[in-house]
Design a protein around this ligand. Structure first.
Ligand code: ATP
Ligand code: MG
Length: 546
């Protein structure tokens, strides 16, 4: 069945059919003032996806018109994230490359009597602006002559004024019901070095002016932004109309992505980094693309997620478990199966020959013929949580004194007794094994209820695992999130089968019965991996039917 079109696809198809547009040109316009997050992934998938779908093109545009917050580090990171997601841009553009063009277009407004230089302070401008229920008041400088405005605007550019001393404003309507139309600012004085243009400029365009002109400059046909800009659209159109623009792009708004248990605003995420709440923008708990990449999320799972959430015109909050569902599905199909014991306890098979080591075969994936070697001997580790001295009830199928389980890919063992330390903690579990019951052998047919994962002691690789939880949890007030004190738990004595040493940095695995983990690409060292838990094996959550 063909997938239902979203409202933007419908608009595009109508535009192409009517001949209003001949092609589709979109752009993804991040401000390089932080790292991209999952919300941006939605905008990326949308803009690049539409360009692909309609054989058009999508530009990457750095919206770098505010010199105070922008940095090349962010430019580099943003490019890396977009490529990682699997997209490539037609052109790499910078708003700052168009400063001269924007200055000229602002001058067009001045020359038409549609913009003026104002002396009001920011504070006064706010007062004069009025409110939603009361009209604004005109600035005493609103009726300067065109000649005077041309002169003042040139002098703004020449650096004659201090920050905030003068500002260029569009002359629209101080009584408009839309506050954005009450003589909005066009260019302001900021004496600051810009990450690309250095000290060439001391006046910078405002977002509302810069954005439509950047779109014009690049021949964007469909300029997609989030819903909070809906009220800015009349101003977008006003700037396009009144600057003698070379083409007429149109703005459309879609709902931003919100996720449960997640805060997605660059400003807030930067705060977490600056306050040291997380180890950096790429902390594996962060909802940034660099964070989830480091954690082991796959690009395919993010694209799948974006596809499933779709594009709507109303804001909503998406359950973060849908994202987890997407990565679980992808990893279930592709992640190599490995045994790792997170909280080990020693297990000794007393009737197994001393000094003997066998090499058993473990399947890489459930339905695959590919296997890898796994050593087995008298001395093993199992999970402490897989053992109880006394069977608690009839639904308990793990190991207890007197009980039997199968060791995955190996033998059936029976627990004979335990050895405890002076404090009464279990130090060692003593078992016997049934030599005939070897997996794959003639006696493998004998069935027991429980199967446990295990690791051979001598060959075991000692590692650290990070068990990661949400950075935010529901607080006492409904719908309000508070920081989660327990978002990171370290397991520092993990024992993994030696096969793990072949792993690439970043590679994902299923640790059988435990969940999906990856090898942290930053903190892992030769022979000493650090694992991040990506997601658990199961969740009662069911994704919405499509
Ligand atoms: P933030 O509020 O996190 O700083 P932003 O909107 O200021 O985000 P930009 O760099 O300006 O960040 O955004 C680039 C593009 O990504 C914009 O077109 C914006 O609409 C889109 N975008 C940002 N956040 C989201 C989100 N949560 N959902 C969908 N699109 C988003
Ligand atoms: Mg922004």
């Amino acid at each position: 069945m063909a997938k239902e079109k979203n409202f933007i696809e419908e608009i595009i198809e109508a535009d192409l059919a009517s001949g209003r547009e001949k092609e589709v040109v979109t752009r993804f316009p991040p401000e390089p003032n932080g790292y991209l997050h999952l919300g941006h992934a939605k905008a990326i998938a949308l803009n690049f996806g539409l360009a692909q779908e309609y054989n058009g093109k999508c530009n990457l545009r750095f919206d770098d018109t505010n010199p105070l917050k922008e940095d090349d580090e962010y430019v580099r990171a943003i490019k890396e994230d977009i490529k990682w997601l699997g997209y490539d841009w037609a052109e790499e553009c910078y708003g700052s490359d168009y400063f001269e063009y924007m200055y000229e277009k602002a001058m067009v407004l001045v020359e038409k009597g549609l913009a003026y230089v104002d002396d009001l302070t920011a504070e006064e401008m706010r007062e004069y602006r009025g409110t939603l229920t009361s009209p604004g008041k005109e600035s005493p400088h609103r009726n300067r002559t065109i000649e005077e405005n041309i002169d003042l605007f040139k002098r703004m550019r020449a650096g004659e004024f201090k920050d905030g001393e003068k500002i260029l404003r569009a002359k629209i309507d101080m009584a408009s019901g839309n506050l954005n139309m009450r003589d909005p600012a066009v260019f302001r004085v900021v004496h600051a070095a810009h990450h690309r243009t250095g000290d060439n400029w001391c006046i910078y365009p405002m977002y509302d002016f810069a954005h439509p002109l950047e779109d014009v400059r690049e021949g964007i046909t469909h300029s997609l932004c989030t819903l909070e800009f809906e009220d800015h659209r009349p101003l977008y159109d006003w700037f396009v109309q009144n600057t003698d623009a070379e083409c007429t792009p149109h703005q459309y708004e879609f709902a931003r992505l919100n996720l449960t248990n997640t805060v997605m605003s660059k400003r807030y995420l930067k705060q977490l980094v600056d306050d040291g709440v997380v180890s950096g923008w790429d902390d594996p708990r962060m909802p940034t693309l660099s964070g989830i990449r480091r954690r082991g999320y796959t690009p395919a799972s993010i694209r799948d997620f974006c596809e499933r959430i779709g594009v709507a015109k109303a804001n909503s909050v998406v359950d973060v478990r849908l994202l987890e569902h997407c990565v679980r599905e992808d990893l279930n199909a592709h992640a190599k199966r490995i045994m790792a014991v997170l909280d080990p306890v020693k297990l000794t098979i007393e009737n197994y020959p001393d000094g003997k080591t066998e090499t058993l075969q473990a399947q890489d994936l459930p339905d695959s013929d590919k296997t890898h070697d796994m050593p087995f001997s008298k001395h093993l580790y199992i999970e402490r949580g897989d053992f109880m001295e006394v069977k608690p009830n009839n639904k308990y199928f793990r190991l207890y004194v007197g009980g039997e389980v199968r060791l995955k890919n190996a033998y059936i063992i029976k627990c004979e007794r335990v050895v405890k330390d002076s404090a009464g903690n279990i130090e060692e579990i003593i078992c016997t094994y049934d030599e005939e019951s070897k997996s794959g052998g003639a006696g493998a047919g004998r069935k027991v209820k429980g199967t446990l994962h295990w690791v051979e002691q001598n060959a075991a690789v000692t590692a650290t695992a990070r068990i990661l939880d949400y950075l935010f949890v529901e607080g006492e007030e409904e719908g309000k999130y508070v920081p989660n004190e327990n978002s990171l738990t370290l397991m520092e004595n993990v024992k993994a089968e030696p096969e793990i040493l072949k792993a690439q940095k970043g590679q994902q695995f299923q640790f059988m019965r435990q969940g999906y983990f990856n090898v942290d690409p930053v903190d892992s060292q030769e022979g000493k991996p650090v694992f991040n838990k990506i997601v658990g094996l199961k969740d009662s959550y069911r994704p919405p039917q499509q």
